[in-house]
Design a protein around this ligand. Structure first.
Ligand SMILES: [Zn+2]
Ligand SMILES: [Zn+2]
Length: 340
């Protein structure tokens, strides 16, 4: 993100949810977290923050197995590598995003962000040439497992609904960037990362649905207002190319798939697996995550309150091991090590 710039979209419009209200008071905090992240040398995206240029999106590389360019991902060259293999783009990523995380969550499963190895055989896949499906698939009552899209910065995007009528955003489970750490301590979004628009430029997608169609932000690529959208948040442009848009209300991202996707069980297939270090946590009530910071290359600190009482979780994460130290107002610090 651009230093000092607002680091998330102003999502106050039209909603009444707690974490949006915390946006303004915490803005300074967010900036300080971001600054910390930069100081300790996140390997992600300093160079990824080039101001948007007016360049047209680059054409996909025709070469097989070579690095390819997909507009949007090209703005995050340190975080995301795209290669083409026959009719598939392989998207390798898995490091944590360079923006703040976790702040604003008030319904927390006691999970924390850790890097995930979405590389090699475990990379994401997108079709080079998306194909419209004869029958569209809705995400409203399906695809509760796994991702349904991937953001330009390499962060997966999961279904905004985690079960029938359970909107993760409305439940307060998301941070100010629309993400959280879920059951595998994997960080992902559940709504459109509209905050990426200023980083990728207005002419580039902020994400891609796993059917391969791009997801644009709140305007068309020339800055004009978005026209009527179908049930899946998509429509065709003047050249009859289908694309989705991110919105601030349901479905937020692609509400389904107009394009062909493979399906296995309740998820798009194939898609990468997360690699958990430990069992999933249990929901913590009356919690507010107040600060998340990187204190070293692999060291993080999460501050939160439980019924108003301050708590802290510090953790160090490596490729195979995470060590977590919990400090509460009354207990002596408790340290756990988990291996994957
Ligand atoms: Zn989730
Ligand atoms: Zn459009």
């Amino acid at each position: 993100m651009t230093k000092g710039a607002p680091s998330h979209p102003d999502r106050r419009k039209g909603h009444g949810h707690g974490h949006q209200d915390s946006a303004d008071p915490s803005r300074g905090l967010i900036t300080s977290i971001a600054a910390t992240a930069f100081v300790i040398g996140f390997r992600y995206a300093l160079a990824d923050t080039n101001p948007p240029s007016g360049d047209p999106p680059a054409s996909p590389s025709p070469s097989n197995g070579a690095e390819a360019i997909l507009p949007g991902f090209d703005r995050f060259p340190r975080a995301v590598t795209v290669t083409r293999a026959d009719s598939i783009y392989r998207i390798e990523c898995g490091n944590l995003p360079d923006h703040g995380m976790m702040v604003g969550i008030r319904n927390w499963q006691q999970q924390v962000p850790t890097p995930q190895p979405y590389t090699g055989a475990n990379a994401w896949q997108l079709p080079v040439s998306p194909v419209l499906a004869e029958t569209s698939l809705s995400c409203r009552n399906a695809f509760y497992r796994g991702a349904i899209a991937i953001a330009a910065n390499g962060v997966p995007i999961f279904n905004p609904m985690k079960a029938p009528n359970e909107d993760v955003y409305l439940l307060g489970e998301l941070d100010q960037w629309g993400g959280h750490a879920d059951r595998s301590d994997d960080y992902h979004y559940h709504v459109a990362p509209l905050h990426l628009q200023e980083l990728v430029g207005i002419d580039r997608p902020i994400a891609y649905a796993l059917d391969g169609y791009p997801i644009h932000g709140e305007t068309e690529t020339d800055g004009s207002p978005v026209g009527p959208l179908d049930l899946w948040n998509g429509h065709f442009d003047a050249e009859n190319r289908y694309h989705y848009h991110g919105t601030r209300t349901y479905p937020y991202i692609n509400g389904g798939f107009r394009g062909v996707v493979g399906v296995s069980g309740d998820e798009v297939s194939p898609q990468p697996r997360t690699r958990p270090f430990r069992r999933a946590g249990t929901p913590l009530r009356e919690v507010v995550i107040t600060e998340f910071s990187a204190t070293g290359d692999h060291d993080y600190r999460l501050d939160y309150t439980v019924r108003g009482a301050p708590n802290r979780l510090e953790y160090v994460v490596g490729a195979h091991e995470v060590t977590m130290t919990f400090t509460g107002p009354t207990n002596t610090p408790r340290t756990e090590t988990h291996r994957r």
